[in-house]
Design a binder for this molecule. Structure first.
Ligand SMILES: [Zn+2]
Length: 337
């Protein structure tokens, strides 16, 4: 493949933390979802293991662990096993929303390869890592990959190490677990559009403008009952990374910001104003007499003016918005593909 990931794609945030004290503080931090990865090379085999701890999940008394044997040592680079663990852990996360996700690795080579992918071995795994992280970012999560010194350990890193060791202990049979592309939300249309994978500056600000509510149950509720296609449409509209010309132009995937009608093609224009969709829009506008034109209302977010305590998203309005967006077929056919 000419590129592991497209050259204009945003790189994953990576940090190296060689300081033992700071690294220890990081791994013990009670925040977000923490992942530790590890590998084991013994008895001629290489295996990967990972442990996941959701610090907000009060039911989780210990980390969730998983592991995989990659095969004979001579056929595998050690860092590839680490990449495999990172990919496996990310794919095990499911569909969290608006969480901080911290991947802690002790393999500096793996971190460097993820940071600056070249045409080295394991590139298909790097692509999977990127794809999964991009899916997670569509759900408004923030993912960080952090290298910590080998001297740094806690219960989570110990669990990852144990999981990796299980793969190479006596009696374990090499059966390579194929990681399935259990990618969360983005459909194939989206996956094809490499250009969509760039996070523009200001994306976070756009999302916050739509939804002032803290991450939590409501975003989960919004997405959970949606089909993959519907979830993709909603994620595009809520993040602003959308196949409309204002955004495509920003990432240099379209020649102009203009809609075929002549106005700038922003999400607001597309949802509420473009005359090309007046008929399709009728049902969506029936959802409210007073909130017509409110991105927050139609995308299931809390506007700054909504009362924080009593506010709840209108799932019906969100569904009507999604139906409208799908009916226009605009998000499938915008230029830049
Ligand atoms: Zn228009």
């Amino acid at each position: 493949m000419p590129y592991v990931i497209s050259p204009w794609s945003k790189r994953i945030t990576t940090t190296a933390e060689p300081d033992l004290e700071k690294a220890t503080a990081l791994v013990n931090q009670e925040d977000g979802i923490k992942i530790a990865t590890s590998t084991s090379a013994r008895r001629g085999n290489i295996g990967a293991g990972w442990a996941i701890l959701d610090t907000q999940d009060i039911r989780a008394d210990k980390p969730h662990t998983s592991s995989a044997i990659l095969g004979p040592r001579e056929e595998q680079n050690p860092y590839v096993a680490e990449l495999f663990a990172i990919a496996g852990a990310l794919e095990d996360l499911g569909r969290p929303h608006r969480r901080r996700i911290m991947i802690l690795t002790r393999n500096l080579a793996a971190l460097q390869v993820v940071r600056q992918p070249r045409r080295q071995s394991g590139q298909h795994i790097i692509q999977r890592i990127y794809r999964t992280i991009q899916d997670l970012e569509m759900l408004e999560n923030k993912v960080d990959l952090i290298w910590i010194t080998v001297k740094c350990s806690n219960a989570l890193t110990d669990e990852a190490k144990k999981a990796a060791k299980r793969t190479t202990q006596e009696g374990s049979t090499p059966c390579v677990r194929q990681l399935q592309a259990k990618s969360t939300v983005i459909n194939t249309t989206m996956a094809k559009a490499q250009a969509m994978r760039t996070l523009p500056d200001g994306t976070g600000a756009y999302s916050k403008r739509i939804d002032a509510a803290l991450p939590g149950r409501h975003t989960r509720r919004l997405y959970d009952n949606l089909s993959r296609q519907e979830a993709t449409v909603l994620a595009q509209l809520r993040t602003g990374m959308i196949r409309l010309n204002a955004y495509l132009y920003q990432i240099r995937a379209a020649d102009s910001r203009a809609c075929p009608c002549g106005h700038t093609e922003t999400p607001e224009h597309f949802l509420f104003r473009c005359a090309r969709w007046d008929t399709l829009r009728e049902q969506m506008l029936e959802q409210s007499d007073t909130l017509r034109g409110s991105l927050s209302f139609y995308l299931g977010g809390r506007a700054k003016t909504d009362p924080a305590k009593t506010w709840a998203p209108s799932i019906e309005a969100v569904k009507a918005t999604i139906r409208y967006a799908i009916a226009t077929k605009r998000l499938e056919t915008a230029s830049g593909t």
